[in-house]
Design a protein around this ligand. Structure first.
Ligand code: AHR
Length: 504
């Protein structure tokens, strides 16, 4: 069997693990909100209409932060439609997803949900059809303690304490022609800078995210980031990145190597931000908020959008409810490895999305909730990755892929918590059909003991979890892991995700 070896040393640190790497995304899209996190008639619903079965899974997933309310949705959204007495809220057409928005769920309901889920809120403002004033109004309603019209309005809506939201997205994907209020980089850069500086006049401690490109294949990618940052550099903290991957033409080898694209994408955005830094002669660095990433079979949504007619607007239709496979879970795991490896510059990340729509969690109206295959690598990485991400030296066999040429068959990240002594080895075997042995040299950690070793793999990489078989795909203990004479050895089957923990 082929062998991949990994060398590590506690002194070689990339960066601390950011808890914000384990963010997610709730958009008013499909059934993410309605009959997803919120379903007042559901048997598990609490006094706020929130599904407690879904809340429990969100906590288990280990999500740290959630971006809200979109996405494409935010570019046509009026936040004030979603506050106040529910019976007085307007019903609107949402052009982004061709959906009827009842506004039964809005800012205050989301904040209550976020509090119960134990997650930080990342709020997006509408810079598609709206601008500076509406962003300021939302900030005043949401974050000001009281004594002004909008903050008192919040109090009159039964929310005494301000929401205290620190992290704000200045619009969404405004480089995309599909976006309501699509703009050139100059137009967006100016608007984002004006909005950012107005928000900072209210609260200089806010953390602000300017929109980067919608994806790396956008014709304006690179130039967009540079121009936007030239306008906004002094006002913002982050530039966003978005990426979705899918199996194409049954090319499993290329699909499994998707994180190569994410690695390159991050490196290119970092290079672009640092280019602007040099050009403007600034000392601060702009970090990346990778606030949309996942596996997403987008063709279905594209076809759906092309086929929409004037008559078929619906409330909370089923959109992009992907039945995720074992291979999808391995790709999600490897994308997490890429984000962790870039922890020095990617300091916020949001998997898109949380429930039903492209979701790690699936649930049925009035029915059960269950974990999709992709739930597991995220939950394990969030639980086990602690302390610092270590710089690893990897010597792995390679294999050919049509899209990326030769790639190492193994990808791995190691974290080390100096306080507890715990080490996590997170790894994927991304070869489509060959197992390999991973060897990790642990001589620098003489007290290390194996505490947990699990494997997500299956004879059928197309296997999924369903309502009838919710645990068909799940991590199981890996009996072929040992620690002897300072070397950790693990046999990793083809198309697999592994999580190994060592304690002292
Ligand atoms: O997450 C789904 C959609 O993908 C978001 O609304 C949009 O920002 C992106 O194109």
């Amino acid at each position: 069997m082929r062998t991949a070896s990994l060398s590590i040393d506690p002194a070689f640190v990339i960066a601390p693990v950011n808890r914000r790497t384990f963010g997610s995304f709730v958009e008013h899209m499909g059934r993410c909100v309605y009959t997803g996190i919120y379903e007042p008639d559901h048997p598990s619903a609490d006094e706020d209409g929130l599904r407690t079965d879904v809340l429990e899974l969100v906590r288990e997933l280990g999500v740290s932060l959630v971006r809200y309310p979109g996405g494409n949705f935010v570019s046509g959204y009026r936040w004030e439609d979603g506050v106040g007495p529910v019976e007085e809220r307007p019903t609107r057409l949402d052009s982004a997803w061709h959906t009827i928005e009842t506004n039964a769920f809005g800012l205050n309901e989301f904040s209550r949900w976020a509090h119960k889920a134990g997650v930080e809120t990342m709020m997006a403002v509408n810079l598609g059809t709206r601008g500076v004033q509406e962003a300021l109004d939302l900030f005043e309603y949401s974050n000001h303690p009281g004594g002004t019209t909008l903050s008192d309005l919040r109090v009159s809506h039964g929310v005494q304490d301000p929401h205290g939201i620190r992290l704000w997205c200045l619009g969404n994907e405004l480089d995309g022609p599909w976006q309501l209020g699509h703009k050139t980089a100059h137009e967006y850069g100016r608007l984002a800078a004006e909005t950012a500086s107005a928000l900072r006049q209210r609260d200089p401690s806010l953390q602000l995210v300017a929109c980067g490109s919608s994806h790396r294949q956008m014709p304006t990618f690179g130039a967009w980031e540079a121009t936007v940052l030239e306008h906004t550099y002094d006002q913002v903290d982050f530039i966003s990145a978005h990426a979705y991957y899918q199996l194409e033409d049954d090319d499993l080898a290329s699909f499994l190597a998707s994180s190569r694209d994410m690695d390159d994408f991050v490196d290119e955005v970092v290079a672009t931000t640092d280019h602007v830094r040099a050009k403007l002669r600034r000392s601060k660095r702009i970090n990346i908020s990778f606030d949309e990433w996942n596996v997403w079979y987008r063709e279905e949504s594209r076809q759906l959008r092309a086929g929409w007619t004037a008559e078929d607007w619906e409330v909370a239709p089923r959109l992009s409810e992907e039945p995720y496979t074992v291979a999808d879970a391995v790709v999600v795991g490897s994308l997490l490895l890429s984000l962790l490896r870039h922890s020095d510059r990617v300091t916020v990340a949001c998997q898109a999305q949380l429930v039903n729509t492209i979701g790690s969690i699936r649930c049925e109206p009035g029915g059960p909730a269950w974990r999709q295959s992709i739930f597991h690598p995220f939950a394990q990485a969030s639980r086990l990755a602690r302390g610092d991400v270590l710089r690893t030296v990897l010597d792995a066999p390679v294999h050919d892929t049509a899209r990326f040429g030769q790639v190492p068959s193994l990808d791995a990240v190691v974290t080390h918590d100096a306080e507890t002594g715990e080490i996590a080895v997170l790894a994927v075997n991304r070869h489509p059909d060959e197992a390999l042995t991973l060897e990790v040299d642990l001589r620098a950690f003489p007290a290390a003991r194996l505490t947990e070793a699990s494997l997500l793999s299956d004879d059928d990489w197309r296997a999924t979890n369903t309502q009838q078989q919710p645990d068909r795909v799940a991590p199981r203990p890996n009996p072929r892991v040992s620690l002897e004479d300072g070397t950790l050895r693990a046999v990793l089957p083809a198309v697999s995700w592994s999580a190994i923990q060592l304690g002292v």
